[in-house]
Structure formats: structure tokens, C-alpha cells
Design a protein around this ligand. Structure first.
Ligand code: TTP
Length: 191
């Protein structure tokens, strides 16, 4: 079986588009950057740790001999700040002020782990938001969308209207890059 080590409904929805059979097995991994760790290293480590924790659980159960695990992580980076999910409205508001009228980076990493291999791919994107008014920011919070999303926004929802420019992968920003994930699965799981 292929296991998706993720609680994200977006990742489930996107993996379904690839037409593979899989089971969802979320892993709770502490999300804190190590001292001196770059955002690129951090996001790749988290994707790998989610997949490896899930792989360890599958192996410990011992009743599936043919398995692979897919883990992913997405972070938004504005200047020097890594923006994860907003803790509350004030945290969200600060994030939106950092994103307003500027470009930021979104990094998604995907890892596939099997009994004999572990490979991580990093997909960077650049996103430019238009200037946001206080009213835009308050109105978007009230949609309920920001709360479970890195950087406090979802490109696939109403915040798509804030995106003046995207250089990279829409699906990676949403949480799982389709092309790179498909390539990893072809290499390690199906032909
Ligand atoms: C930037 C952005 C993020 N997101 C979501 C994707 C991820 O679900 C979430 C990033 O947080 P993650 O910590 O990467 O993932 P998660 O906690 O939701 O799920 P898990 O760790 O179990 O895999 O933000 C969007 O849906 N749209 C966007 O435009």
C-alpha cells in the first residue's frame, strides 16, 4: 500500500488526481527550525521526518510487505521570516502585512520513503500579492480559510484574487506538486 503521511485535505485531494490507491496516515512531527537551518533545509527535513515516522509505524506493524510512504511540507517565507499556520487573528494580520504588495517564497518538499530508499524533492515558488487593505485582511479572515494554512492563505480559494503573479507551481503552493510527486511515484512505487 502507498501511505500518505498527512492530515491535509489538500494533499489528499491532489494525490487523488494522480489516480493511485493510497491510505491516509497523518503523523504529528514537531515543527521547529533548528538553529542555523535554512528554510529550504527545514521544509525538506519535515517532509522526510513525516514520511519516515509513518514508515516506522508501517514496519512496526509488520503486516504490509509492499509499501511506500509519501510525506510533504509547505512553508511560506517572507524576507527572513518563516510563516507557518497563524496562531490567531493578530498573528494572521502580521503575516498579511508582510505579504501585502510584495513577493514571497513558498517552499514545498515531498519525500517518498520505501524499505530501501528515501528521496526528497524541493519545489520553490515565488508569489506576489497585490496591496491588501485592512478590510481585505479582515474579510479574508472571516472566510475561515487562513487558520489551517501556511502563511495564512490558500491560493486555491478566495486568496487567489490577491495573487498578482506566480512563478513556480500552483499545486506546490497548494500543498503537493503534481508533476514532481508523479515522478517520485514512478521512480519508487509504480511504473
Ligand atoms: C500556501 C498555502 C498553503 N496551504 C496549506 C497546505 C498545507 O495543508 C498547509 C501547510 O501546512 P503543513 O504543515 O505543510 O501541512 P499540514 O499540517 O496541513 O498537514 P500534514 O503536516 O499532516 O501534512 O497549508 C494551502 O492549502 N494553500 C496555500 O496556498
Amino acid at each position: 500500500m502507498l501511505y500518505l503521511a498527512s492530515a491535509s485535505p489538500r494533499r489528499r485531494e491532489l494525490l487523488e488526481l494522480l489516480g493511485v490507491e493510497f491510505a491516509v496516515r497523518p503523523m504529528d512531527i514537531p515543527e521547529t527550525p533548528a538553529h542555523g537551518e535554512t528554510p529550504q533545509d527545514y521544509v525538506q527535513r519535515l517532509a522526510r521526518e513525516k514520511a519516515e515516522a509513518c514508515a516506522a509505524a508501517v514496519v512496526a506493524e509488520g503486516d504490509d510487505e509492499q509499501w511506500a510512504v509519501l510525506g510533504a511540507d509547505t512553508i511560506v517565507v517572507a524576507g527572513d521570516h518563516i510563516l507557518e499556520k497563524p496562531r490567531d487573528f493578530v498573528d494572521y494580520q502580521q503575516m498579511m502585512k508582510q505579504l501585502s504588495g510584495r513577493s514571497h517564497s513558498v517552499y514545498t518538499a515531498v519525500n517518498v520513503t520505501t524499505a530501501t530508499a528515501s528521496k526528497t524533492v524541493l519545489v520553490p515558488s515565488e508569489v506576489r500579492f497585490r496591496e491588501l487593505t485592512d478590510e481585505d485582511i479582515a474579510r479574508y479572515w472571516n472566510t475561515g480559510e487562513p487558520v489551517d494554512k501556511a502563511g495564512g492563505y490558500g491560493i486555491q480559494g478566495p486568496a487567489g484574487a490577491f495573487v498578482a503573479h506566480l512563478n513556480g507551481s500552483f499545486f506546490a503552493v497548494m500543498g503537493l506538486p503534481l508533476y514532481e510527486t508523479d515522478q517520485l511515484l514512478r521512480e519508487f512505487w509504480r511504473s
